[in-house]
Design a protein around this ligand. Structure first.
Ligand code: KIV
Length: 291
């Protein structure tokens, strides 16, 4: 039996939203599935498929808007994506990424922006960083807004320093990550994303915190996994991280279908009569007769 308010629902047939409390209770009971989503149609499909959490990640800036990193992503873009995902989601927990610049400057600014995401339909927000953002996280949680942490590789600032590299591969960096995770737990996060963290460190973190850890490129010992939907579906290949598993190659299907469409338009094969509307014969004859 899971959380008290789960009733008789099983995960697959739950017709209402997963709550943050239920998410936490999944630790050590059931692996958590999370995928990114930025629009109405994909959130509808993923939600129907039974995904636990939809992450409106700021990776949207790269895969949806063509930026070369998440640095340029703005609040108004993230809010637009969040609203679309909220319209397509009935049961998955929606977490929105707070973009770079929306929470670093001061606490009030961070709280205001977190509230904007909740008003747009999100159930929680995600902030990148460990010890250095713990105060902002605490303040947002104190306002009643659930926060998901994100440590390890931090894409919002990684490019400014050492680039996209595996984290926690030395004793010093591993123990810093463990410290970060504990600090975030104390600040009140309901879970922590571990990005590109060595599996030894993600195992230690997962054992040492009571909240779920969600890995991306961080091995099998996390309490759940997240992937960027466009990577998983083979829709985006500007960057191809080794940790991504392609479950299909949709871009090939889209390419082929578009070429077929172009050919049929050029050769007049499309549209056929079944795609065409006709007026009544008598009306047409009247028109031709000039009446
Ligand atoms: O923006 C995003 O997609 C993310 C995932 C990489 C966890 O933060």
């Amino acid at each position: 039996m899971r959380a008290q308010n789960v009733g008789n629902d099983t995960d697959k047939n739950r017709s209402r939203k997963l709550t943050v409390t239920e998410f936490i209770l999944m630790k050590n009971r059931e692996k958590i599935s999370m995928v990114t989503s930025y629009d109405y149609w994909s959130s509808k499909i993923c939600d129907k498929a039974g995904i636990d959490v939809l992450l409106v990640g700021d990776s949207a800036g790269m895969v949806m808007l063509g930026y070369d990193s998440t640095i340029p992503v703005r609040m108004k873009e993230m809010l637009l994506f969040t609203r679309a995902v909220a319209r397509g989601t009935k049961r998955g927990l929606i977490v929105s990424d707070m973009p770079l610049g929306s929470y670093q400057t001061d606490t009030i600014h961070a709280i205001r922006n977190a509230i904007r995401f909740i008003k747009a339909g999100s159930d929680a927000v995600k902030l990148e960083g460990g010890v250095e953002v713990a105060d902002k996280i605490r303040a947002i949680v104190n306002c009643g807004i659930p926060v998901l942490g994100h440590i390890g590789l931090k894409p919002q600032t990684a490019k400014l320093w050492e680039g996209y590299r595996v984290q926690g591969n030395t004793c010093a960096s591993g123990s810093d990550l463990i410290k970060d995770a504990k600090e975030l737990e104390k600040a009140g996060v309901f879970g922590i994303i571990l990005e590109m963290v060595t599996s030894e460190i993600s195992k230690l973190i997962s054992k040492n915190v009571r909240i779920p850890t969600i890995g991306i490129g961080s091995g099998p010992y996390c309490d759940g996994q997240v992937l960027v939907l466009h990577d998983m579906l083979g829709l985006y290949d500007d960057i191809k991280p080794r940790f991504v598993k392609n479950y299909t190659y949709l871009s090939k299907h889209i390419f082929q279908a578009t070429q077929n469409y172009i050919n049929e338009v050029k050769t007049g094969v499309f549209p056929e009569d079944k795609h065409t509307f006709h007026m009544k014969k008598e009306e047409y004859n009247k028109l031709k007769a000039g009446k």
